[in-house]
Design a protein around this ligand. Structure first.
Ligand SMILES: C[S@@+](CC[C@H](N)C(=O)[O-])C[C@H]1O[C@@H](n2cnc3c(N)ncnc32)[C@H](O)[C@@H]1O
Length: 259
């Protein structure tokens, strides 16, 4: 499987968006990604992020105490990640390279992940490399949207021909087929994440503000900051969201607004 366009086309596309990438990319998956990486039984805290981009997740993971190797083909995207990691003074090493030619020794990686990027890779060439660099019992966590979800995505709902035009994404069957092609690798699970829960959104807002240890989810010890709305935002058409009204606001557990 290959992507339309040459490697150079793809590199220059990311040149153009590197500066603004994080202002348009959501990070809803962060709590789930962190939980998954933490739960991998590994003898090391060294983690490889394939196609790390601006380090949206890998720098944050480094801030959590992991030693992250962030690989990307695009120097501009990678420069953002390296800069951010330098400012946070965390253990992140940027590596310029391709997912299809990982510049790493055989059996050198216990934990690797890739987010929002696998549709850019040649899957066969990439998984040949995954098989080579992973240690026995190593683990690879991939987050991607599937092509079959296009109609349900916000773009699919807003733009009539989106699903016909966006053909790059893979589907679950593509990963199931890989298991047959690479018998050394086991597809442990294909989980579908759902973000249609208010608290998965609020924790991300809090995370963006670096306040996720204080607020953003219902947990003992956190500040109970909540709003009550007059309807469920996920049950109404996007075009009606602006009619939403706040019926009550609580801050640190105390009601501070009630019209
Ligand atoms: C949409 S960004 C995702 C970045 C990051 N993983 C995230 O979740 O925000 C896709 C990234 O994949 C990189 N990329 C695309 N094809 C690649 C390849 N074959 N090898 C390495 N990096 C690649 C691009 O340069 C870009 O930084």
């Amino acid at each position: 499987m290959t992507m339309p366009g040459t490697v150079l086309d793809r590199i220059s596309y990311f040149d153009d968006i590197a500066q603004d990438y994080e202002s348009v990319r959501g990070s809803e998956i962060w709590p789930s990604l962190l939980h998954t990486i933490r739960s991998v039984d590994s003898d090391t805290r060294r983690v490889l992020d394939v196609a790390t981009g601006t380090g949206l997740f890998s720098v944050r993971l480094a801030e959590e105490g992991f030693h992250v190797l962030g690989l990307d083909q695009n120097p501009q995207m990678l420069a953002q990640a390296i800069d951010k990691a330098r400012q946070q003074n965390c253990s992140f090493q940027g590596v310029l390279g391709l997912a299809e030619q990982l510049p790493l020794p055989d059996r050198s990686i216990s934990v690797m992940f890739s987010t929002n990027a696998i549709h850019h890779f040649d899957l066969q060439a990439h998984f040949t490399e995954v098989k080579r660099v992973l240690k026995p019992d190593g683990c690879y966590v991939v987050y991607t949207r599937f092509r079959q979800q296009n109609n349900r995505s916000i773009w699919g709902r807003l733009f009539p021909h989106f699903a016909e035009k966006e053909t790059r994404l893979y589907n679950p069957e593509d990963f199931q087929r890989l298991e047959a092609e690479f018998p050394e690798l086991t597809l442990e699970c294909l989980d579908e994440l759902s973000f249609e829960k208010p608290f998965s959104c609020t924790i991300n807002g809090a995370w963006t503000l670096r306040l996720d240890d204080v607020t953003g989810s219902i947990e003992v010890g956190k500040s109970a900051d909540m709003i009550v709305l007059n309807h469920n935002l996920f049950d109404i058409p996007l075009t009606d969201i602006h009619n939403t009204e706040v019926q009550q606001t609580a801050f640190k557990g105390n009601v501070v607004y009630e019209p």
